[in-house]
Design a protein around this ligand. Structure first.
Ligand SMILES: [Zn+2]
Ligand SMILES: [Zn+2]
Ligand SMILES: [Zn+2]
Length: 111
């Protein structure tokens, strides 16, 4: 019956389209044409221009621009090696080291 759409409550509509940028609430980068609706995204983006490194290692005080870079760095201190060779079960700290190992020994996981 054609009237069905009007039964949607405004709050439901807002929920469904919450990923659309709300009008008048766009944050713009002062250095380039980057725009976002989230302040956190703009903050993360603007460190590319300011050279700011807000993520600091609590062990050696080294600082990083991105959270994931700090996380990888922390593995040095914790001694964790999360990458394992499926063939000889040797552990590696970086994905790169593991692939180098595979190439060197010419062994790859069975397909
Ligand atoms: Zn920018
Ligand atoms: Zn550190
Ligand atoms: Zn191996």
């Amino acid at each position: 019956m054609g009237m069905q759409r009007s039964l949607l409550l405004p709050s439901t509509v807002n929920f469904l389209y919450s990923h659309d940028p709300p009008k008048g609430k766009v944050y713009k980068c002062g250095f380039c044409s980057y725009t976002t609706v989230h302040t956190t995204c703009l903050k993360r983006h603007s460190v590319l221009h300011t050279g700011e490194r807000p993520f600091k290692c609590s062990v050696c005080n080294k600082s990083f621009t991105q959270a994931h870079v700090l996380r990888t760095h922390m593995l040095i201190h914790t001694g964790q090696k999360p990458f394992q060779c499926e063939v000889c079960l040797e552990n590696f700290r970086h994905a790169k080291s593991l692939s180098r190992h595979r190439h060197k020994l010419m062994h790859f996981p069975p397909q």
